[in-house]
Design a protein around this ligand. Structure first.
Ligand code: ADP
Ligand code: GLC
Length: 485
């Protein structure tokens, strides 16, 4: 099968969160499963220098964008895995310091930037000699692609367009813009209605994707159920319920080439299920590098996160303020809202020598935290899938999670399966419930045999991509069958 994936971020080229990890790994996994996958993504600043082997394609985009025409070039890069990446080169839109924003401010022309990118995706799907069977779109940035394809099919002579699949990585980000932005799509008015791209008089790019895609997926089975409810539907539960038969939840996989404690070049010592001594060395190295007292016996907790409301920062700050009175240490790596960054800085001032706060983005430290900590905190308000809890499991770092979305689907609590328990779950969204879960972890920590059993169970949990990819292939086949009828 031929699959064209489109995403505004792809690891290792650009990344603000799990979306990039997921799309990069899905592409490789599809190729490994014997299919032809290609990915299209914007050419952001610095990529040509970082990946000097990319080559210019003889391809000139010149596409209508409202009343103007905008030009762009195309680059390609063949990865060793066999995956081909296309980069849309439009310097005015993408050669910038940030991906979506600079500092705390989103770029004012994000609608224009990603509507243009969506049109480039459609142009490639239609005119490349390599004809994709399925175009797989990720998140709101490419949410308009199914509508654009339908339009070219019904009104612009595109005989047999590919099937479309839209994956929702996070329903909280929908790409909502003033109605005037709709003119940039050059679509006729009939796509802009309450069952389509319109949302309370505004343009909603993700809603358009949900309405017009052949199939919709999201990144865990539980989140697929949650988003059809008013509580977690972010205003789109109605349209999702209408399309329920075409909505599938598929848990993300983990790229175990990147996240493997036995072969991780960021670590100070390798370790595995059968050779756990390396984990101790990583704990000491981490304590030293973030300036916490090096102490083997003190339980070390960690979090790596975007500091956004979704991630439960408010209850985590309150629970830590209580729990840091106990003999524990905590390390945070994150960046995001100024208010939450300040909250963590203040906590660090109150508990010197117990908490390390590293603000910013740091790939190496992310791996070192996964390896060196005893427990990983992820108290999300909601979580479509979540990758860090799965990385934690592989690194023998026991996840403490709120039972929501993919966190609930990937972690096993003692109350669910005594022998298989590999993490701690709590349910109520309160700092009290989180503090109680942390107290449970302290009790586990004090029983070495039990801790060892949790670690063993954690490290053997398997979220390999081949299972995930099979589920996507089933979905693709379904769309192909339904578009034939
Ligand atoms: P989300 O996509 O909602 O942010 P996920 O758990 O799916 O959450 O994925 C987050 C990804 O981003 C993980 O790979 C994590 O290691 C990485 N990450 C998040 N914040 C940072 C940071 N400050 N530095 C390095 N990596 C980070
Ligand atoms: C989003 C979600 C996260 C998920 C990731 C990859 O960023 O917030 O839960 O793991 O996408 O699908």
């Amino acid at each position: 099968m031929k699959i064209l994936l489109a995403s505004s971020e792809v690891y290792p080229f650009s990344k603000t969160g799990g979306l990039a990890d997921m799309v990069g790994a899905l592409g490789v996994a599809l190729v490994n499963a014997g299919h032809e996958a290609r990915i299209v993504t914007p050419l952001y600043r610095g990529l040509r220098d970082k990946f000097p082997h990319m080559t210019l394609v003889n391809w000139h985009f010149d596409l209508p964008l409202g009343e103007r025409h905008v030009k762009a070039e195309l680059w390609e890069l063949d990865l060793d895995s066999g995956l081909k990446i296309y980069f849309v080169d439009q310097a005015a839109y993408f050669d910038r310091a940030g991906i979506y924003q600079e500092g705390q401010f989103s770029y004012a022309d994000n609608a224009e930037r990603y509507i243009f990118f969506s049109k480039c995706v459609v142009n490639l799907a239609r005119y490349l000699a390599w004809k994709a069977d399925v175009v797989h779109l990720h998140d709101w940035q490419v949410g308009l692609v199914p509508a654009l394809i339908r339009h070219e099919h019904t009104s612009a002579g595109w005989g047999k367009p590919p099937a479309t699949c839209v994956t929702i990585h996070n329903l909280a980000y929908q790409g909502i813009f003033p109605a005037e932005a709709y003119a940039l799509t050059n679509l006729p008015k009939h796509f802009f209605h309450t069952e389509g791209a319109e949302y309370f008089g505004m343009l909603n790019c993700l809603k358009a994707g949900i309405a017009f895609a052949d199939v919709i997926t999201t990144v865990s089975p539980r989140y697929a159920r949650e988003i059809t409810t008013e509580e977690l539907g972010c205003g789109l539960d109605g349209v999702l319920r209408r399309r329920r038969e075409h909505l599938v939840g598929i848990l993300n996989g983990v790229d175990y080439q990147e996240w493997n404690p036995a072969k991780d070049s960021y670590l100070s010592a390798p370790f595995s299920q059968s050779k756990l001594t390396g984990k101790k060395k990583n704990k000491a190295a981490l304590q030293q590098s973030v300036a916490l007292p090096v102490a083997e016996k003190i339980p070390l907790y960690g979090t790596i996160s975007r500091l956004a409301e979704q991630k439960g920062v408010d209850i985590q700050l309150a629970a830590l303020a209580e729990m840091l009175n106990a003999d524990i240490q905590f390390v945070l790596l994150g960046s995001g809202s100024a208010e939450y960054e300040l909250g963590y800085r203040e906590l660090a001032r109150r508990f010197p020598g117990k908490i390390a706060v590293q603000l910013g983005y740091n790939e190496a430290l992310a791996h070192q935290i996964e390896a060196g900590c005893d427990f990983f905190l992820m108290p999300s308000r909601f979580e479509p899938c979540g990758l860090n809890q799965m990385y934690s499991l592989r690194y023998g770092t026991i996840p403490i999670v709120r039972a929501t979305g993919g966190l609930d689907d990937s972690v096993i609590d003692y109350a669910e399966q005594t022998d298989e328990a590999n993490g701690i779950k709590f349910y109520e969204y309160t700092s009290r419930a989180l503090a109680k879960a942390i107290r449970k972890s302290l009790a586990i920590y004090q029983q070495p045999d039990l801790l060892r059993q949790y670690r063993r169970n954690a490290m053997k949990a398997d979220f390999s991509w081949h299972r995930t990819v099979e589920e996507y292939l089933t979905v693709y086949c379904r769309t192909l069958k339904s578009s034939e009828t």
